[in-house]
Design a protein around this ligand. Structure first.
Ligand SMILES: [Zn+2]
Length: 240
């Protein structure tokens, strides 16, 4: 049983070291991730602006071309009107010209809208481009910071993780589940007894229980904080 308690205590030492390393990195990895996602989004918006501008320009030139053709047609109709021999033909040409003129007018209105929309798109694009530039600069700084922290912590983290994996092989599943549950609730799952008190919650441990814990033949839980108690001796003998 000594080995189970010792293993659990060692597991806690390793987990504490790993927590501290992760604490060092703070929310930097998350920040970099969020910024990378924003950058992607901004790039997409810029692309969308470009596409909309291109589409607007194509529509505009199509309408302009069509209007020019209609103007030519109207000229042609005017010429034909001089040569018609009856009112019916004359009226028919007038109607053709009116239709062409109304199409030209509607094209003009649409072109005006396209021009306005293009202005809006250009403004948005400029704003997105400014944000893009800002983000690229900020990201460069944050990525560098993260790289430095990772370089400083990765080696250590790997060592502790390897040690942890090895250690897990020695611990029973049910003890691990208990450890995990307490760790989740309390941060640290194992508390050495120090000066007759639980070092997790500083409450006195009854003398009878101290004797029992010292036997190292079963798990005892602090009746105040619910942590696994280990003897002072085990704490002293165990290190990473
Ligand atoms: Zn306690």
């Amino acid at each position: 049983m000594k080995s189970t308690l010792q293993s659990l205590y060692l597991l806690q030492l390793l987990d504490t070291e790993l927590d501290e390393l992760r604490e060092l990195r703070g929310d930097l990895p998350e920040t970099v991730n969020t910024m990378e996602e924003e950058l992607k989004m901004v790039e997409q918006r810029i692309e969308e602006c470009d596409e909309a501008l291109k589409k607007g320009a194509v529509e505009r030139s199509q309408m302009e071309k069509e209007s020019l053709e209609l103007i030519a047609k109207i000229d042609k109709y005017k010429g034909q009107q001089l040569e018609v021999t009856n009112n019916k033909e004359y009226d028919a040409l007038t109607r053709e010209m009116e239709t062409a003129e109304s199409t030209i007018a509607s094209h003009e209105a649409q072109i005006e809208q396209t021009v306005e929309r293009a202005e809006e798109l250009k403004t948005s694009k400029t704003e997105f481009e400014a944000r893009h530039e800002e983000l690229v600069k900020e990201l460069e700084v944050k990525r560098e910071e993260l790289k430095e922290i990772l370089a400083a912590t990765n080696e250590e983290e790997k060592t502790y993780e390897t040690q942890r994996e090895e250690l897990l092989k020695d611990i029973l599943e049910r003890d691990l589940v208990l450890y995990g549950r307490i760790r989740e609730a309390k941060g640290k799952a194992v508390a050495p007894i120090r000066r007759e008190s639980c070092s997790g919650c500083y409450n006195i441990v009854p003398p009878q229980m101290i004797l029992e814990v010292k036997k190292n033949d079963r798990l005892f839980i602090c009746e105040h904080c619910g942590r696994i108690l280990v003897s002072e001796e085990i704490a002293q003998d165990t290190s990473i």
